[in-house]
Design a protein around this ligand. Structure first.
Ligand code: GNR
Ligand code: NI
Length: 167
């Protein structure tokens, strides 16, 4: 197992579009294990492969406080959605920034699990928000891109100042 480095916004690699996984093999299962360890140690409730610079359609999510309910989504698709919610989101690639994003309230997602078996899952609440947030990463989209240009400019100014301080 390994803790992988997480790309930080505005790294251009966060905008790459992930390719579908042709076959769920041992290399994908190793990636899933490393992503899970990386997510738990961050700590975060979800992680997309894009964030660890692997541009394949792989997501891990665990919203349980006990870290024992790992969900793996390979090649996820939203096949139905309803309603609207705006929950405050954060992102391991944009540390310290939290803001509300307009999302579907309920989704049905179809994906492959770590064994390559297809499944469907209905989700609402934080799980639904998290799946939508991670699927955006796979499309090269970071949640701050939904915010107003003014807010995004302020975030970038703060990040650049932190980077200068860090040398
Ligand atoms: O850890 C995370 N928390 C979170 C909270 C609200 C909505 C989405 C998230 S996902 C985030 C981890 C992350 O950056 N995943 O890409
Ligand atoms: Ni994120």
């Amino acid at each position: 197992m390994a803790i992988l480095p997480i790309l930080l916004y505005p790294d251009p690699r966060l905008h790459r579009v992930a390719a579908p996984v042709a076959r769920v093999d041992d290399s994908i299962r190793t990636l899933v294990r490393d992503m899970a360890q990386t997510m738990y140690s961050a700590p975060g409730v979800g992680l997309a492969a894009t964030q660890v610079d692997v541009h394949k359609q792989v997501i891990v999510i665990d919203i349980s406080p006990t870290h024992d309910a790992l969900k793996v989504f390979v090649n996820p698709e939203i096949v139905a959605s309803r309603g609207a919610s705006d929950v405050e989101e954060g992102c391991l690639s944009v540390p310290g920034v939290y803001d509300k994003v307009a999302r579907a309230q309920w989704i049905r997602v179809r994906a492959l699990d770590a064994e390559g078996n297809a499944f469907e899952l209905d989700a609402d609440g934080l799980l639904a928000v998290c799946i939508q947030h991670e699927m955006d990463h796979l499309r090269g989209k970071v949640f701050v891109e939904y915010l107003s240009p003014l807010k995004r400019r302020r975030i970038l100014t703060r990040i650049r100042k932190q980077e200068r301080r860090a040398g």
